[in-house]
Design a protein around this ligand. Structure first.
Ligand code: ATP
Ligand code: MG
Length: 351
């Protein structure tokens, strides 16, 4: 691991973009730590990638909005992080179009995402080309920025390896151009259990506790949480280990004495579920008080978001333009007759 390094990471707004406490501790907190450690961080919303599954205008807009607001409210620092939307940098699809030509069909056919789809019985003839080509656009997203590391979990490793392969093919054909990114191993954090007490917390299973939704909604989510199924009355001794409500208390409630007291009383049959849940709600609102206020503030002022994303796109574009000048020249798109040759010369003088 280098001492000074740059990181590139993206999130696809294919889900609603809302954040639950599982996402917060499993994805947002590790990101905030990376933000502190890395020298340069590129973080983008992969909205073009989302089109492979979301083909509904309002839904895509909403997902992106939720994601932008959630990450900023949670502490993404736009001064430190180059924060941008993929679609604001039209050079990504341009690079993808070029990389298509050095990418063998067989390489993409071996991708998990595509193979999984077929295995689930999806008709190959109907797989959209956005999904099929996803790894090539992803390679473009990554290679453009010359990042040292791309943090990914095990399920995404293959895509980074493919980006490295594609970079290798290009370099072989046109000379050294792209840096091969390394995988930044994200320690697999334990999956937080859902409020059903059975499966991992996840939006699609609707077994989650939100971070940014209204107090009433969060209360509803907490109140419906599974606890100890063998405990009928509040005077029955209850089980604390593996009980989701106590797992959440341990995670969120900063008042450790209160948690200990609740646990003891629960085990002795001296506290009801309702009190334990009400205290969790209170602890959650306290724990995320600053973030929730910031969320409201940002939501009320779209201009601030526009500024942040414009600034991020400007910084991202500087790097992307620089890289594309090199790429266009290497492949021979640029020549003395090209209009862009003169523009590129101007760019070159600037950097
Ligand atoms: P969906 O149900 O739509 O898949 P999700 O709730 O599983 O949504 P994702 O958008 O798939 O959330 O995941 C976003 C990030 O949050 C990922 O990095 C994932 O690893 C992390 N994450 C999701 N669920 C949990 C969980 N229960 N515990 C810890 N981390 C989680
Ligand atoms: Mg998921």
């Amino acid at each position: 691991m280098k001492n000074k390094y740059s990181i590139l990471t993206g999130i696809t707004p294919s889900g609603s973009g809302e954040i639950h406490i599982g996402n917060y501790f499993g994805a947002v907190v590790p990101f905030l730590e990376l933000q502190k450690k890395a020298d340069k961080v590129y973080f983008f919303i992969a909205d073009l990638h989302a089109l492979t599954t979301i083909q509904n205008k309002e839904q895509l807009q909403k997902n992106v909005e939720n994601q932008v607001l959630s990450y900023l409210a949670a502490g993404l620092d736009p001064k430190k992080v180059v924060f941008y939307r993929q679609s604001d940098i039209g050079l990504h699809p341009e690079l993808q179009c070029i990389l298509n030509n050095v990418t063998p069909l067989g390489l993409i056919k071996r991708c998990h995402a595509y193979k999984d789809k077929l295995q689930k019985g999806f008709d190959e003839e109907k797989v959209n080309m956005g999904l099929f080509n996803y790894p090539i656009l992803m390679a473009a997203d990554i290679l453009m920025y010359e990042a040292d590391y791309v943090p990914v979990g095990d399920d995404q490793r293959q895509h980074i390896e493919i980006a490295r392969d594609i970079a290798g093919y290009f370099n072989q054909a046109f000379g050294q151009t792209f840096k091969l990114p390394d995988i930044y191993n994200v320690k697999a954090t334990a999956r937080l259990i859902g409020t059903d007490g059975k499966r991992k917390m996840s939006k699609s299973l609707n077994n989650y506790i939100s971070v940014f939704e209204s107090e009433a909604k969060i209360k509803e989510q907490i109140m419906s949480c599974f606890t100890d199924p063998n405990r009928i009355r509040s005077t029955d001794p209850g089980k604390v280990e593996g009980n989701p409500i106590f797992i959440y208390h341990d995670l969120i409630n900063e008042n450790k004495e209160e948690v200990e007291d609740l646990k003891q009383r629960y085990k002795a049959g001296k506290v009801g579920d309702v009190e334990v849940k009400e205290k969790l709600l209170k602890a959650l609102l306290k724990r995320f008080n600053g973030e929730r206020a910031r969320y409201q503030e940002l939501q009320a002022d779209p201009k601030e978001i526009v500024e942040i994303l414009r600034d991020g796109a400007k910084k991202a574009r500087e790097q992307a333009e620089k890289k594309m000048i090199e790429v266009r020249e290497k492949i021979g798109i640029t020549n003395k007759y090209s209009f862009c040759w003169q523009r590129d010369q101007r760019w070159r003088r600037r950097y």
